[in-house]
Design a protein around this ligand. Structure first.
Ligand code: GLN
Length: 195
């Protein structure tokens, strides 16, 4: 099983390394044809307006939306979370727009470039998870089908809607790969379902 990392912009290599540490082969994805070769896709952090434009230019926006609707696993981190949201609190920019949630960009303030926080994420185990945030978004509200996996001070930071997973932080920047493992498990489950 191969998992793709969208390689249009952003922290691509680190996600590939995280997958390798879990024994999973990765593919850096730039073109739509490559989507056929992977069991799921990670959309890394970067700049969501840029990645959105590049997805449109490479004619991947519609295919990804369709795949996501059909159960193909997509994990959006930071920029990826923004691209997966159906609502950006009034802001209009190109997105895959699959998850029933409202996301605010740069929600911790533009000045707060980066910080760390300990999160409780019971789905991945008891041990607290150290999350790294970089000009991060957060989720302010979710629809009925969206599972909130972690929140801190009323800010929703990790969510799942079936085959779709989104994190406000950067799981590829720590050596704690439990969230990647969680996504790998989603990919395995979906593969079994569609086999
Ligand atoms: N602020 C960026 C955006 O709006 C996201 C930052 C990140 O991905 N680390 O896309």
């Amino acid at each position: 099983m191969k998992i793709g990392v969208l390689a249009l912009q952003g922290a691509v290599k680190e996600h590939c390394q995280a997958l390798a540490a879990l024994g999973i082969e990765s593919l850096q994805v730039k073109y739509r044809e490559e989507l056929d070769q992977i069991a799921g896709l990670i959309i890394p952090g970067g700049e969501s307006t840029t990645v959105g434009k590049l997805l449109v230019r490479n004619q991947m926006m519609e295919p990804l939306r369709e795949l996501g609707r059909q159960g193909f696993p997509i994990f959006g981190t930071c920029t990826g979370m923004i691209l997966l949201a159906k609502d950006l609190d009034g802001i209009k920019q190109p997105g895959i727009a699959l998850m029933e949630m409202t996301v605010v960009r740069n929600a911790f303030g533009r000045q707060i470039a980066s910080f760390e926080a300990e999160l409780d994420i019971s789905e991945i185990g008891e041990e607290p998870y150290k999350a790294i945030f970089i000009r991060a978004p957060y989720v302010t509200s979710v629809g009925a089908g969206v599972q909130v996996l972690s929140e801190l001070d009323d800010k929703i930071l990790l969510v799942r809607e079936g085959n779709l997973l989104a994190a406000a932080f950067h799981p590829e920047l720590t050596a704690d790969y439990r969230i990647h493992q969680y996504f790998v498990d989603i990919c395995r489950q979906q593969r079994r379902l569609s086999a």
